[in-house]
Design a protein. Structure first.
Length: 69
């Protein structure tokens, strides 16, 4: 999708979840580490924490620049 938007000269940014910001990437490492035994509730809260940080650190500022995220 990003390639299509870029060809049409539409500003866009691709990010991944969880991840995309400094803190969210650290949370991603925790979530993907098979050695961690995380209960479902804690895992859900980690995903939500990563999303909240990504929205505040990246998504909001990119939307203000009129980019598609």
């Amino acid at each position: 999708m990003s390639e299509f938007l870029t060809r049409k000269n539409i500003p866009n940014i691709v990010i991944r979840e969880p991840g995309g910001s400094h803190i969210s990437e650290k949370i991603r490492d925790i979530l993907l580490d098979k050695k961690n035994r995380i209960n479902n509730e804690a895992e859900t809260l980690l995903f939500l924490s990563a999303r909240a940080d990504l929205v505040k650190e990246i998504i909001e500022s990119e939307l203000k620049k009129d980019k598609i995220v």
